[in-house]
Ligand binder design. Structure first.
Ligand SMILES: Cc1cc2nc3c(=O)[nH]c(=O)nc-3n(C[C@H](O)[C@H](O)[C@H](O)COP(=O)(O)OP(=O)(O)OC[C@H]3O[C@@H](n4cnc5c(N)ncnc54)[C@H](O)[C@@H]3O)c2cc1C
Ligand code: HEM
Length: 371
């Protein structure tokens, strides 16, 4: 089946079940766990609040099938990442069967064999990329234990943790990986490394405890020195292009600073020519955690320029006022720069919208939304 035709069939058939997602999810998980009960142990103990996490992710991947070749690298990395759950190649067919069974059951009379074939084909292609990614990583551990060496609170809701994996873990500055801690077993969340790879193997994370956040709350308030974390395989492509000589613009909100700090760390090892404009957006001055360390970087590196922006603190003298997206756009044009954007999804989205008017080629904009 041709790609565009397949995409159209996937979208069309999804409308048959879109409004019954809760029941679809119940059916999917029940069928999956009945077909192979040991799979239940891979999933969080308490599944009510996030019943549809895996199902939602698969449906998202299939509904964005148009982009499947563009996200080839991501799917391979996701397959590597899934080794942390002990996912094996034979599990993919069990998930597909549960998915197609749930769709068939809840789509009603308009469901057809053509739709069923479309879901099978799309799933198989995506799964084949994930399986290949997992297999290519066979010589690596499925996850790494890492000992927490330091844990410092840098503000009421932010902690900076340093840990050391017990086995070598290779990553690139700007990447992220998923983390599990003993206080929230089987709940994995992604965090960006805040440093470039070091000789001693240590890794720094910046974690903000979000309201009601299970893993971020545990990492900020419960985890301490000596605890062991589990880390999964690194992912993400917000990395420096080693061939580029262009100047750089980095736009960050909240702990979106972390991957950008890693990029600055990497540049500090060889950069003599590339100028880096760092925009740090926040609501108020109190949101600028780690301010002293960032100021120290600006003092140390003549090629680093910092602009703080606040949207909700009119008396703060040390910043530009307004949303970071607007301030960045006002400081442009940036059409001959490499651009990196990271932080909360609304901030990333508004920055990308603001940048879209500045004629920067898409290939030069890299971003991670912390959702
Ligand atoms: C590529 C990537 C890199 C990331 N890097 C970092 C990082 O370096 N540092 C960091 O602190 N976080 C980072 N995150 C966010 C992190 O993965 C978690 O989403 C976040 O810590 C919340 O997880 P939780 O288990 O505490 O919240 P959950 O228990 O999953 O959710 C609790 C509540 O918080 C809301 N919520 C979930 N995530 C967020 C969020 N990011 N902001 C605000 N509300 C949220 C949920 O909607 C829910 O209502 C990153 C995310 C991605 C996708
Ligand atoms: C096409 C195939 C698949 C895709 C695209 C996919 C994608 C994803 C993604 C993106 C997540 C993260 C969701 C999040 O945390 O927000 C996830 C979680 C997960 N996946 Fe997969 N996955 C696939 C197949 C599988 C298979 C075969 C298994 C094994 C049975 C599996 C087990 C899990 C588990 C246990 C989680 C965590 C669920 C949770 O925390 O609630 N996945 N998957």
């Amino acid at each position: 089946m041709r790609g565009s035709n397949l995409s159209a069939l996937l979208k069309e058939s999804w409308t048959l079940v879109e409004e019954r997602q809760d029941r679809l999810a119940l059916h999917f998980y029940a069928r999956l766990f009945l077909s192979h009960p040991p799979l239940r142990d891979m999933f969080p103990v308490q599944m009510d609040a996030q019943r549809a996490r895996l199902l939602g992710a698969i449906v998202d991947a299939i509904q964005n099938f148009d982009d499947v070749e563009r996200v080839d690298g991501y799917l391979r990395a996701l397959g590597r990442d899934h080794r942390k759950f002990d996912v094996r190649p034979e599990h993919y067919a069990l998930v597909k069967d549960a998915l197609v069974d749930a769709l068939r059951e809840h789509a009603g009379e308009h469901w057809s064999l053509v739709y069923e074939q479309a879901w099978n084909d799309a799933y198989d292609l995506i799964a084949s990329k994930m399986i290949a990614g997992g297999e290519a990583d066979d010589d690596q551990p499925p996850f790494w234990y890492a000992e927490v060496l330091t844990h410092e609170r840098r503000g009421p809701d932010v902690a900076v943790l340093t840990c050391r994996p017990l086995q070598p873990l290779t990553f690139r500055a700007g990447q992220y990986l998923s983390v599990e801690c003993r206080y929230q077993p089987r709940l994995w969340r992604t965090y960006s490394m805040a440093n470039a790879p070091r000789e001693d193997g240590t890794i720094e994370f910046h974690v903000r405890a979000v309201r009601g956040g299970l893993v971020s709350g545990a990492l900020v308030r419960r985890v301490g020195v000596g605890d062991l974390l589990k880390l999964a395989a690194p992912m993400g492509s917000m990395t420096l292009d080693p061939k580029s000589h262009r100047d750089i613009v980095c736009v960050t909100g909240g702990t979106g600073l972390a991957p950008v700090k890693a990029l600055i760390d990497e540049l500090s090892r060889y950069n003599r020519t590339r100028f880096v404009h760092l925009f740090r957006g926040a609501r108020t001055r109190d949101d600028f955690y780690d301010r002293g360390n960032v100021d120290e970087l600006v003092r140390r590196y003549p090629w680093l320029n910092l602009v703080r922006t606040v949207s909700d603190d009119p008396d703060f003298p040390d910043a530009a006022h307004g949303y970071v997206a607007d301030v960045v756009a006002e400081h442009g044009p940036w059409d001959d720069h490499d651009v990196f954007v990271s932080g909360p999804p609304p901030m990333v989205k508004s920055t990308l919208t603001a940048l879209s008017g500045l004629r920067i080629p898409n290939s030069r904009i890299k971003y991670d939304a912390f959702a």
